[in-house]
Write a protein that binds this ligand. Sequence first.
Ligand SMILES: NC(=O)c1ccc[n+]([C@@H]2O[C@H](COP(=O)([O-])OP(=O)(O)OC[C@H]3O[C@@H](n4cnc5c(N)ncnc54)[C@H](OP(=O)(O)O)[C@@H]3O)[C@@H](O)[C@H]2O)c1
Length: 338
Amino acid sequence: MKIHDAYHFPVYSAHSSRYDRMLYRRCGRSGIQLPMISLGLWHNFGDTDDLTKGREILRTAFDYGITHFDLANNYGPPFGAAEENFGRMYRKDFVPYRDELIISSKAGWDMWPGPYGNFGSRKYLIASLDKSLARMGLDYVDIFYSHRPDPDTPLEETMGALHQIVQQGKALYVGISQYDAKLTSQAVKILKEMGTPCLIHQPRYSMFDRWVEPSLLNTLDKLGVGTIAFSPLEQGILTNKYLKGLPKSSRAVRDGRYLSKEHITPSVLEKVKALNDLAEKRGQSLAQMAIAWLLKDERVTSVLVGVSSAKQLLDNVRSLDNIRFSKRELDRIEKVIK
Ligand SMILES: NC(=O)c1ccc[n+]([C@@H]2O[C@H](COP(=O)([O-])OP(=O)(O)OC[C@H]3O[C@@H](n4cnc5c(N)ncnc54)[C@H](OP(=O)(O)O)[C@@H]3O)[C@@H](O)[C@H]2O)c1
C-alpha cells in the first residue's frame, strides 16, 4: 500500500517535550539507555499493511520519547518489506534525528533460498546485514542481533561474525535473541574475549510465557547484559480485545501467521478476563498492566511492543504511570496465570 504523504503528513518536527514523556533504563553495563517501552516492526509495516498508520505510529512513538525501533531482515510480509518501508519513512521523517535513534536489525531465520540464507553462519549474517542496511538506507544499525541460536554452526563463528560486523562499523552494538541461559553465558564470554561486549538479549517474555525467570534473567543481570522483552502482550491476547469475540481488524483474524483464532481458547479467555478485572481495579487497561508487570523487575531494560495503531501505542506508554504492584496484587496475578 502506498503512503499518501502530503495530505496526511505535513513536514515532521519531533515534539519538543519528547524526553519528558518517557522513562529510560540503562542497558546492562553499557553506555546506552533504552526507553522503557520500545517499538517493534514485526507486524503492521509490511506491504499489505496500511502504511499511513505505520508512519503515524513511528511519529507518535518518537514524539513520546520512544527512541528505539526494532526490525529484522524477515519482517514483512514479504521478507524485507518492513525494513524497506521503514527506510522510506525514515528518509522522510527521521534523518535529522538519526543520532537520537537506536535502530536494530537481526538475522537468523529463513531469509533466502539455499544453505546461506538461514541460521548463524558468518556468510549469512554479514550478507544479510548488508542487505538490511541497503533496504533501510542506513550506513549502520545501532544493534545487530543473532536472531536465534544455530545448533550446527560453532558459536565461535556466529559470535565472530557479530564481532566482525562491529569492527566493520556496520553495527555499533550486538545482541542475541532466544538463546538459553547456558548458551548466553558462552556467547557473552566469546564476545568479551574478542573485545565486543554483548549489549542485550531479546527473549520472549510475558505473563503467559515466563521461561526467562528460572535462570536467564539472573544470568543476564550478572553478566551485565540488558534484557528487552518481546511479545509482552502475547501478540494481543493480553489485552481486552478478544473478550467480546474476534475483532475483524485483530492480528488473529487479519493475519493468522503466528497468532490464529485457535490460540484464543475458552481457558485462555478465562484467564484474560480475570486479569482484566484486576487491571481495572488498578485503574489500568490490561495491556498497561501486562507491560507494567514486566517493568516492575528492574532487570528488564525495555518492553518491546508491537501496535496496529498510534492509539494502542499511547495506551501502552501510559503503563509507565504505575509499574508498582502490591504483594496482594502480585499474588492474585500469580494465582490466575499459574
Ligand atoms: N526476537 C524475536 O525472535 C522476536 C519475535 C517476535 C517479535 N519480536 C519483536 O517484538 C516486537 C513485538 O512483538 P509483538 O508484536 O508480538 O508484541 P505484542 O506487543 O505482544 O503484540 C502486539 C499486538 O498486540 C495488540 N496491541 C498492542 N497494544 C495494544 C493495546 N494497547 N490494546 C489492544 N491491543 C494492543 C496489537 O494487535 P492487533 O494487531 O490485533 O491490533 C498488536 O499488533 C516485534 O515487533 C519485534 O520487534 C522479536
